[in-house]
Design a binder for this molecule. Sequence first.
Ligand code: SF4
Ligand code: SF4
Ligand code: FES
Length: 241
Amino acid sequence: MAAHAGPLQVEVWRGTDTGRFQTFAVPRRAHQTVLDVVTEIQRAQDASLAYRFACRVGMCGSCAMTVNGRPRWTCRTRVSEVAGGDDRLRLEPLRNFTVVKDLAVEMTRFFDKWRDAGGAFEPAAAPAGDFAVVPPSSPQRQAADAGIECIGCGVCHSACDVVAWDPDYLGPAALNRAWTLVNDVRDAGNGARMAAVSGRGGCHACHTHMSCTTFCPKGIAPTYAIAGLKRAMVRRAIGRR
Ligand code: SF4
Ligand code: SF4
Ligand code: FES
């Protein structure tokens, strides 16, 4: 680690939709992540600080926050990547979510939108007697695999301008989930799913800003998933599927 003159100066949002920033001084440590910093503040300086994490290894999606103005997963974000030369961090809750307290946001509506987008697998009426064989090289399997590693962190939802101005927009994560299922050849729910993503707040509300794709920490491209949904809508409209 490079030598640093003093501790990190960390501005942390305290409150709900109204509140203020509180500044903490936190020692720099080798390989320190942003989540390490928040945890150190909570354990050593102010036990009332609210934030959320579970896995600490980029699996659970619960630790996302706004770090120096950008949405990020904090357990996999090193301080050295984001603190400028002045060793400052500004930590805020994710945008486009209701703040529960400090850095913790309410995720219920976010996941309700997954449900509303038809984001649950629908089995066929008569389940197959054996495991389905889906060739990894098939176009549908590749399209589904491209979005399946989503961890539900909300970073894309936080980055999306359309989510910010249209509360009914299903958003990039829910639409990405719908696209993985549209391409799941075992699923039997595409009629209702396509109706759900075609309506108001569906895929046509996306203005292709690409912020979701730019910020997704898993390298998923919801923008392309949404474009796929738009193409699928057209194919269904002209009776080709
Ligand atoms: S591409 Fe669409 S979903 Fe993604 S940030 Fe832009 S408007 Fe939102
Ligand atoms: S698509 Fe990416 S940014 Fe959006 S919730 Fe999933 S993992 Fe997070
Ligand atoms: S704590 Fe689980 S993804 Fe960061």
